[in-house]
Design a protein around this ligand. Sequence first.
Ligand code: GDP
Length: 328
Amino acid sequence: MNLSTPTDYAEEIISGNRAALSRAITFAESKKPEHQEFAQKLIHDLLPHTGKSKRIAITGVPGAGKSTFIEAFGLFLIHNSYKVAVLAVDPSSKISRGSILGDKTRMEELSKEELAFIRPSATGGSLGGITARTFEALLLCEAAGFDVILVETVGVGQSETLVKDITDFFLYLQVAGTGDDLQGIKRGIMEMADLIFLNKVDLFDAQMIQDSKMDLHRALQFLPKTDSGWKRKILKGSGYSNLGIDEVWQEITNYFELIENNGFLSELRQKQKLSRINDYLEEMLLQKIRTSISIQEERLKWEKQLHNNEITPYELAEKMLEKYFHST
Ligand code: GDP
């Protein structure tokens, strides 16, 4: 592949060239300024081709069955002629070095499919940085014609908020019948969820599953209404045994029909873009402050003051900011 300009890449990506798509995402993730610039030009050129996919967050604690579910769900979609991209998000991998993703063979069957594209997570950096990179990958996949983009959370912690910010639909996987369903799900997650999928039903008896479903229904009643006008749903099934997968898709389809008709989708898409501006501002500003010569000249002196307890970290940050804005 001999591609040299963003325009070359854009053409290849639109025509479905996987290698070009992969490399474009790598450029977007790169810290090198020339790669960044290239990626941003490319995304700009591709903008008219973005916006047509369904952006779906798939979350749940490690072990809830996310990758097994995505394999089954992805294959179901492909058999129905949809193109599926899977992006993973893992803010914790800075600490764990991405071990969750690296240690096991994930989505083996799905990864063999022509209509599927699986991309491990953008890692490292700030939360805003990871969100921006994942959003860029999402736009690139969209331009490549993927109908459904599944954004999976791999790490624990803040990843749910992160994916909520860049997706249209939030699917939460919860192991059914564990008896402590409600303690297991934080209220915040339930509020974010459009659909709770009680997973691994093949492991539990029907009564237990029914009980946990009832408990969840009761809990959902006390939550504030969703902004989309959608009524949160609970479904049960199993990624492993391929149960309930088609119903999940049916609900997702119903949801999109609703939000396309009531105007919420276009409102949401605008919000997704607007909230990225802060991510970029943070990145740009930090980069400029870190590399500012005038700050570097003073920095050692300030760090000494910090060490001697003459100033607080807050005051040091303030000094840096003042210096930056006075010297530009
Ligand atoms: P993730 O960490 O959320 O991605 O979870 P995995 O998909 O890796 O699943 C964790 C474990 O649960 C694996 O051993 C899976 O084989 C198993 N598992 C996943 N889904 C199901 C299911 O529906 N039924 C049963 N019995 N096991 C499942």
